[in-house]
Structure formats: structure tokens, C-alpha cells
Write a protein that binds this ligand. Structure first.
Ligand code: NAD
Length: 496
């Protein structure tokens, strides 16, 4: 089927028509077993459209198509320069449709239009261009032993790669997955989140136009328990890359362990610390800390959801941080409207989950400093929420909430805050605020997390690696590190 929607937004006035089927082998197809999934506008709670949901049989078809493409028309059969040109073309096509993509993303996710445009779609264009540049620069090494021997390495693609992505940055996550895997010569079966398939479907419609041979990129929408599970168990897939919750990450690793031991890269949850020292530029720290926690309605794996503030600046920080949360709450509304700063949570399920965490905080005796309630009576809006008076054992301090909810905790010494910050099963990111360069580096090195931001928050760069310590994940994305994620090394020994 197709989905048609007429937008009348400040940046995009026009009609968007997208195919709601599965994109397999360069063609739109219906699912083998007919299943249709409601797509909901989280700002209103109303159904936007229905899209096809696949099953194991569709994943089998997609893997077949991807395998055939890999053997006949892709991998090292194609010069890296050509793979790069096709990625570049994709970037151009996304850019030509930038405002339509942004409108679709906002309709489906409820995120503020300007953020959808700059963060999701804008950054995805950068990512495609960045990896277009790498495609002809995949290099092995030669290892010199003695005069009569030659050994060298080749970074070879896995073949068919499975990719499973979440709903919080639909196009952003799609680009992080697809661009490096294509640059390195793999073919792909990607499953978008069943909650946010619209931009992935729009993207699928550009794949043939960019000139990719059929079967190189296949997009199979569907539920995690069917399509996701089938990808992670598939014997024809040698590598799976996933972004989402730690629970699902465990399931994928287990599916790999019980089938063909496919290589697994996981980007999982977090409970990232934001640390503000007495010697910080407090005005700047407040601004970054509020953005670091509330951006994208807190639906960010790196969200600075545990805010540690040194005693000398605690009162000042809390006063202004609360004011920032209040202002953010007051900017809640229609995500298409200019001036809106805060949209809804993604779904009824996430809304209920976040509200249950707020209740648990209250029941455990924490103080709701601001927020703690829904906004409006339509859609899944929750006001930015700050808790104080927490203990380290509370669920709101230990577990990832994935909503606009944070805890503010007072500390005395650097030593103490390092211990508190590391007291978590997660290790995705951390944010440190101090004007003392030695302290900044000392703490950055002592924190157990894959990313550390000093005097800023959530500032992603396509050339800089991203990934988790501890239970926040396995492997790295972005930069040249993603090239290793999508290649396996072959060592060739030659007796001369
Ligand atoms: P989720 O794990 O439920 O879903 C993510 C994806 O996995 C979806 O496409 C879903 O359909 C699929 N899935 C679900 N069950 C599956 C299964 N059994 N087998 C295979 N696939 C399955 O998470 P979510 O609710 O979509 O996203 C929120 C979570 O994702 C948060 O916990 C957040 O921390 C995490 N996240 C992490 C990062 C990161 O980069 N580390 C980024 C975004 C989100």
C-alpha cells in the first residue's frame, strides 16, 4: 500500500507519498504473512497509517537477495570509489528531500521539527558523506618478518549484515548503521523500529534512484519478536549490529550464541553522570546539563540523568537548573510549531514506563523538585522532571528511565564523585564541568564510560568513535572504528 500525507508546516508544504511495503531485492513487496502495524503520532495518540510488518519468511527472502547481491554485484566486485559514489548520491537525495524527511520524522516521533531537521536528517547526510569518503580507503597492512616471507592483511566484508535500530533517532541510527557497512562492501538487511518506520520507508524509495544494485540494501519493517529475532538467529547473516535496550541486546547475543556465532555489535542503554564542580562556569554548565538531560524528551542513550553537583555551587545550580526545566516544560506543544522546545514521549508504553518511574521515586521518598506530571490531555507529553533528596539505591538513580527525568545529587570531593559516577552497571557517557584542565582530564580518565564530554554534552562528531563500557555495549560505531566493526581481517602468508 501507500501512505499519503499533506503537510503544511513552516518548512514543508506539500504531499508526501511513501510505500508502506517491505523493500527487498530492490522491489516493494507485500509481507508473506499479511501483518500490518499501526503507526501512531505521539503528539496526538492518533493512528497515522498502517505499514507492513514482516515475518521470518520475509527475512529469509531479504537475506537471499542480499547474499545474491553480495556474490554478484557488490563486495570487492565493485571498486571502493563506486561504493563511495553511491553513498554520496544517497546523501544528495536525502538532502534534496530534507524538509520532507524532517516533517515525516516529526510526525512519527513527535520530536521538535528543527531538531528532526538538524539532528536526525542533517546528521544522517553528514554520516553518508563521511563514509562515502572512506569507501576507497579501506587498507590492510603488510607484516615484515624475513626476506623470504610476505604476510599481509585484508579487511574483508562479512557479506550479509543484519541491522536492528531503535525509535529515538530513526534516520540518525539508520545512517550510523548503513553508511559504514556499505562503505566496507557488505550488503544489508535492516529492520527499523516498528514504532518509527516512516523515514526508513522514504529512505528505501531512494535506494534504486541512487543506483544501488538490487538486494544491496533491504529494509524489512516488523516487530522485534519476529523480524528482529529472525535476523539475530539467521544462519545466512555473519554480523548483526544493534542499537536499543540492554535487555534486547542480551537476547541478540544469546540468539547469536545459539545459532552461528555471528559477530555482534551492541549499542545499549546508559545512566550517564553529569558532574559539575565548584570551579565550573556554572551558567554554561546549567545550559549544557539541561540540554544533556532533556534533549529529545530524555530519550537519548547518553542522557545525563544523574546530575552530581559540588556543594559550593549546589544551591545556585539547582535554582537555575529547575528554572531551565520549567522553561522547557512551558515550551511543550505541537512539535511542528516554531517555538516549541519539548515534544511527547514516543508511545503510550514509554509514557507509562516513565510515569511509573516517577511514581517509584515518590514512593521511595525522593522529592519532586519540578515536573512529575503529564502535560496537556492529548498525546504522550511529560513535563521535565527533577528529583532531589535521593539515595543511591533508588530505582530512579540506578535504572535507565529514557524520559525527561533526572536526579540531582550533592557531593563534596572529586574522589567521592568519581566513585558515585562509576557506581552503575552502565558506561556509555559522562559529562564533566570544570575550568581546571588538570581536574577535567584526571576525572575524564577515571570515569568508566566510552565517551566523556568536558564542558559540553551529547556533542556527537561523525569522526569520533562512540560505544559503551560495561553493560552499555560491545564494539564501536562512527569514525574509522566503524570500518573495523563491519570488516573481518584475513591474514595472508606467502612463502617467496
Ligand atoms: P528495544 O530494545 O525494545 O528496541 C530496539 C529495536 O530492537 C527495535 O527495532 C525492536 O523492534 C528490536 N527488538 C525488540 N525485541 C527484539 C528481539 N527479541 N530480537 C531482536 N530485535 C528486537 O529498545 P527501544 O525501546 O526501541 O529503545 C529504547 C532503548 O534503546 C533504551 O533503553 C536506550 O537506552 C536504548 N538506546 C541505546 C542507544 C545507544 O546508542 N546506546 C541509542 C538509542 C537507544
Amino acid at each position: 500500500g501507500t501512505f499519503t500525507h499533506t503537510f503544511d508546516t513552516p518548512t514543508f508544504k506539500g504531499t508526501s507519498t511513501i510505500n508502506t511495503g517491505l523493500f527487498i531485492g530492490g522491489q516493494w513487496v507485500d509481507p508473506v504473512e499479511s501483518e500490518f502495524i499501526d503507526v501512531i503520532n505521539p503528539a496526538t495518540g492518533k493512528v497515522i497509517t498502517k505499514v507492513a510488518g514482516g515475518s521470518k519468511a520475509d527475512v529469509d527472502k531479504a537475506v537471499e537477495a542480499a547474499k545474491k547481491a553480495y556474490k554478484t554485484a557488490w563486495g570487492f566486485k565493485v571498486h571502493g570509489r563506486v561504493r563511495g559514489q553511491l553513498l554520496s548520491k544517497l546523501a544528495d537525495l536525502i538532502e534534496q528531500n530534507l524538509d520532507e524527511f524532517a516533517a515525516l520524522e516529526t510526525l512519527n516521533t513527535g520530536k521538535v521539527l528543527a531538531n528532526a531537521k538538524n539532528m536526525d536528517i542533517g546528521s544522517s547526510i553528514q554520516v553518508f558523506r563521511y563514509y562515502a569518503g572512506w569507501a576507497d580507503k579501506i587498507q590492510g597492512k603488510t607484516i615484515q618478518t624475513d626476506e623470504n616471507k610476505l604476510a599481509y592483511t585484508r579487511n574483508e566484508p562479512y557479506g550479509v549484515v543484519g541491522q536492528i535500530i531503535p525509535w529515538n533517532f530513526p534516520m540518525g541510527m539508520l545512517s550510523w548503521k548503513i553508511a559504514p557497512a556499505i562503505a566496507t562492501g557488505n550488503t544489508i538487511v535492516l529492520k527499523p523500529s516498528e514504532i518509527t518506520p516512516l523515514t526508513a520507508l522514504k529512505f528505501a524509495s531512494l535506494i534504486n534512484e541512487a543506483g544501488f544494485p538490487p538486494g544491496v540494501i533491504n529494509i524489512v519493517n516488523g516487530y522485534g519478536s519476529t523480524v528482529g529475532q529472525a535476523i539475530s538467529e539467521h544462519h545466512g547473516i555473519e554480523k548483526v549490529a544493534f542499537t536499543g535496550s540492554t535487555l534486547t541486546g542480551r537476547r541478540i547475543l544469546k540468539a547469536s550464541a545459539e545459532t552461528n556465532l555471528k559477530d555482534v555489535t551492541l549499542e545499549l542503554g546508559g545512566k550517564s553522570p553529569t558532574i559539575i564542580f565548584d570551579d565550573a562556569n556554572v551558567e554554561q554548565a546549567i545550559k549544557w546539563a539541561a540540554g544533556g538531560l532533556f534533549f529529545n524528551m530524555g530519550q537519548m542513550c547518553t542522557a545525563g540523568s544523574r546530575v552530581f553537583v559540588q556543594e559550593g555551587v549546589y544551591d545556585k545550580f539547582l535554582e537555575h537548573f529547575t528554572a531551565a526545566a520549567k522553561a522547557m516544560g512551558e515550551s511543550a506543544g505541537d512539535p511542528f510549531a516554531p517555538g516549541t522546545g519539548h515534544g511527547p514521549q514516543i508511545s503510550q508504553t514509554q509514557f507509562d514506563r516513565v510515569m511509573a518511574y516517577i511514581d517509584s521515586g515518590k514512593q521511595d521518598g525522593a522529592t519532586v523538585h519540578i515536573g512529575g506530571v503529564r502535560h496537556g490531555d492529548e498525546g504522550y507529553f511529560i513535563k521535565p522532571t527533577v528529583f532531589t533528596g535521593v539515595r543511591p539505591d533508588m530505582k530512579i538513580v540506578r535504572e535507565e528511565i529514557f524520559g525527561p527525568v533526572g536526579v540531582v545529587i550533592k557531593f563534596k570531593t572529586e574522589e567521592e564523585v568519581i566513585q558515585l559516577a562509576n557506581d552503575t552497571i552502565y558506561g556509555l557517557a559522562s559529562h564533566i564541568f570544570t575550568e581546571n584542565a588538570s581536574r577535567a582530564l584526571r576525572v575524564a580518565h577515571a570515569i568508566e564510560s566510552g565517551s566523556v564530554w568536558v564542558n559540553c554534552a551529547n556533542a556527537f562528531e561523525v569522526g569520533v568513535p562512540f560505544g559503551g563500557y560495561k553493560q552499555s555495549g560491545i564494539g564501536r560505531e562512527l569514525g574509522e572504528w566503524a570500518l573495523e566493526t563491519y570488516t573481518q581481517i584475513k591474514a595472508v602468508h606467502v612463502n617467496i
